[in-house]
Design a protein around this ligand. Structure first.
Ligand code: ATP
Length: 288
């Protein structure tokens, strides 16, 4: 195989709770992860430059170097299996960068999967997830995809059935919020409202879309909403346009709204476009 193309899907969090700070500096989380239909294209090609791992992307804001998670994915498997083939990886980004949709982890996971296939390494999903967690807490989930409860640092996964399909409007406001900033500012002892993670999981098992939507909640919004009013503005518009509910994904700032009516979802996209509140705007669905 000389070339392989993969889709690296982004995720949203239907629920996100931060439980505690661990002695190692990471946080224990309790989350519901859901893959959505926004993906980066990952194209991996063999080259004839011995030992060279090259990454290029269609965006200037992303590193092409050794700190690109796709590079790290190749390097970790090449080191493990003593492979010295040259490869070039091209990434077309669609997942908002630093948006709370695990785009970097998705690219990393897709690259692990692609290299495993291309070089016939024979790794199963579990083995790929084990390699993935060394590169990022969300990578094991991205290898698996679909719907899951994620605990620990995000790497202790319990798969769930697919929730009922709906229309998902995703809007990334034109601001940058780093994950480190949000974790640095969250005051765990002051959190008054927390998501009912088990309730969300049960509503998914029951196929109860409206119940599930009513329980969406992300504790990280306590930090971001007060600092970045645009997040709440987008949520308000989504709700006014008929979303069942709307919250921020991950550490933000991307916001999503769930709709059971396609026309309402399309109108919400037009309204957000007209108001110029988002830099990237998508209408998609769940992927399982
Ligand atoms: P999460 O939801 O896991 O917190 P995120 O969606 O907020 O992640 P990402 O887009 O995954 O953020 O990127 C976080 C950082 O990772 C970026 O600022 C970037 O420097 C780095 N990074 C490395 N490789 C990639 C990649 N292939 N795509 C995106 N970001 C990457």
């Amino acid at each position: 195989m000389e070339e392989i193309q993969l889709k690296a899907y982004g995720k949203i969090n239907l629920g996100l709770d931060v439980i505690r700070k661990r002695p190692d500096g990471y946080h224990d989380l309790d989350m519901i992860m859901q893959t959505v239909g926004i993906y980066d294209d990952i194209i991996i090609k063999k080259t004839h430059t011995f030992g060279e791992i090259k990454v290029e992307t269609d965006t200037e804001v992303l590193s092409n170097g050794k700190d690109n998670l796709a590079y790290m994915a190749v390097k970790t498997l090449f080191d493990e299996f003593d492979i010295h083939q040259g490869v070039k990886i091209h990434i077309n980004k669609r997942i908002p960068i630093a948006g709370g949709m695990a785009g970097g982890s998705a690219d990393c996971a897709a690259t692990l999967i692609g290299i495993n296939q291309m070089f016939e390494l024979g790794l199963d999903t579990e083995a790929l997830m084990k390699h993935g967690v060394k590169l990022g807490a969300d990578v094991p989930y991205c290898v698996m995809g679909g719907t899951a409860i994620a605990r620990g640092i995000g790497d202790v996964l319990t798969p769930l059935p697919a929730p009922p399909q709906c229309h998902v409007v995703i809007a990334k406001p034109p601001i940058s919020v780093s994950t480190a900033y949000v974790y640095g500012r969250i005051r765990l002892e002051q959190i008054e409202k927390r998501p009912d993670i088990e309730g969300i999981a049960q509503s998914i098992r029951d196929g109860a879309l409206k119940k599930m939507a009513s329980l969406l909640y992300n504790v990280m919004e306590e930090v971001t909403v007060s600092e970045y009013p645009v997040i709440q503005k987008i949520e308000k518009i989504l709700l006014e346009e008929g979303a069942l509910n709307a919250i921020m994904s991950g550490s933000g700032p991307t916001v999503f709204g769930l709709f059971d009516d396609k026309e309402k979802a399309e109108k919400a996209v037009r309204t957000l476009e007209d108001k110029g509140l988002s830099q990237q705007l998508y209408l998609t669905g769940f992927v399982n």
